[in-house]
Ligand binder design. Sequence first.
Ligand code: EPZ
Length: 430
Amino acid sequence: MEQYAIKGGNPLVGEVEIGGAKNAALPILAASLMTDETVHIENIPDVRDTNVLLSAMQDIGVMMKRAGRHQATINAANITTTTVVSDKLKKIRASYYLVGALLGKYKEADVVLPGGCDIGSRAIDQHIKGFEALGAKVSIEFGRIRAKAEHLVGSHIYMDVVSVGATINVMMAATLAEGKTIIENAAKEPHVVDLANFLNSMGANIRGAGTDVIRIRGVQKLHGSEYMIIPDQIEAGTFMFAAAITKGDVTVKNVITKHLESITSKLLEIGCEVKEEDDCVRVVASKPLRHTQVKTLPYPGFPTDMQPQITVALALSQGTSIVTESIFENRFKYVDELIRMGANIKVEGNVAVINGMKKYTGASISAPDLRAGAALVLAALAAEGYSTVDDIRYIERGYEDFHLKLQALGAQIDIIETERDFQKFKLKTG
Ligand code: EPZ
């Protein structure tokens, strides 16, 4: 089983290029099957989640050409079935985007229910409510979600919780419904806007994405398009916090600085310097880190996907910090691993109280999910001595070439498989 071997202690210094946003790529790739014409997508991150989705789409007859690692030319004119039950799809949360896409185009979908990171209960009631409001009959049977409609008809839908997935799914289905749909209390994340822009580039009529009211006038069909996915806000934020945690100086390139505002403002509060230019941001951590309070919230609030990374930084800050997780109830599982590395953190319910300490010490730790896994790697990079991080398959779901990008910033990190590899790594770095 592959692991990361890490020797901590080097401040990360240099430049890192950010790839396309995983959470925009997933719905955009799913939506590309909503037209019979050819679609060309650029800036697809080469990560496990996108590759699993693309492969499941090929399994149902979607034609795909890959000219390079980050591009796909997709044609869905000859889809053979709207039943997608491949076992591999169970592993990714975004499998449910195929429901919105297939239901919109073919008025039926039968898709295996999502898995993904174990960070909370992850209900799908708002997706179902939205599909039903558009006139579909929806059932959950045999671990699958089935949706079918004679006609989809536009509707006025109020989301009871702000949900990225439900907003995206309903937006896709409503694009090819008859008449007008209004989604109220919609999610405003950059990837929701990116999907709306992509659908509009295919001839959809969607207004208001990025606000909490999205208005969709249904169209009869969509046409081909060429589209470039936005940069990944969370990958960028992770490298920005890598600079803070390792007391480094990292320039994060190819970002949309507007998407990083909540992350930048927390870095400034804890004592980092942050310099923004057009499409890059430099984070310098030359002073001791200070404590703060943070609560995760839907965009433009501080992202839940950055909660483990800020917690790792605050455990190294002076004073007492408080982190409140308001999106997913089970997102502090990694704290036990940080405690084994010397952190002083107490979790009660959805609140972590963190008393800052001087430094982490290396340990053997496991990645419990994608973002927490990345955050534990950052802790190990700041720690005294050696660490191993296993279950790195979680990290590979959403970070392309994570260890290579860290190496280029001066990190001592390698993928190992055996104890012998670990000994070799120690000799190399000792
Ligand atoms: C998306 O998950 C992301 N995943 C997650 O990123 C991210 O953490 C999350 O949005 C929040 O930003 C993808 O884009 C593939 P939600 P999603 O629906 O869509 C509740 C990562 O690390 N809810 O916005 O599943 C739900 O339980 C991953 O990249 C309902 O109650 O999140 C949660 O408390 C992890 N009913 C809250 O809403 C529903 O029908 C937000 O969930 C749907 C959601």
